[in-house]
Ligand binder design. Structure first.
Ligand code: SF4
Length: 119
């Protein structure tokens, strides 16, 4: 996806856990607003990111785990200015995130392929 570029959720409100966190049900929601599911991180792995990331100055290829994604699937840059804008702007949605992390990876990989410049 010529760069879904990045991360989900830009809600830095206190108590909102970084990347991959949210309700445990696959993320429905909080008053109608979709939140990230715990232990997902699909959007930090499947899509390409063209903007520089600390530790990945040329961005991130599709299917490659971001170096800023921790073992427990959290972003080390959450809330920090170094976090790519694209990561803060991406919002979770059923269409992108599906009903499980596996489904999210699959959807995001398909989107990446469909929107890549080579396709
Ligand atoms: S910088 Fe953070 S939010 Fe963006 S892809 Fe890497 S781990 Fe995910």
């Amino acid at each position: 996806m010529a760069a879904v570029s990045g991360g989900i959720h830009d809600d830095d409100s206190p108590g909102r856990p970084p990347r991959g966190a949210g309700s445990s049900t696959g993320h429905p929601d909080k008053g109608g607003i979709l939140v990230c599911r715990p232990g997902c991180g699909a959007c930090c792995i499947a899509p390409s990111i063209t903007s520089p990331i600390p530790g990945m100055p040329k961005g991130k290829p599709a299917g490659v785990r971001c170096v800023q994604l921790t073992a427990d699937l959290r972003c080390t840059l959450f809330g920090r200015p170094e976090r790519p804008v694209v990561c803060t702007s991406l919002k979770p949605s059923i269409g992108m995130c599906g009903r499980s992390a596996e489904e999210a990876l699959s959807i995001l990989a398909a989107l990446e392929t469909a929107t890549s410049e080579d396709s």
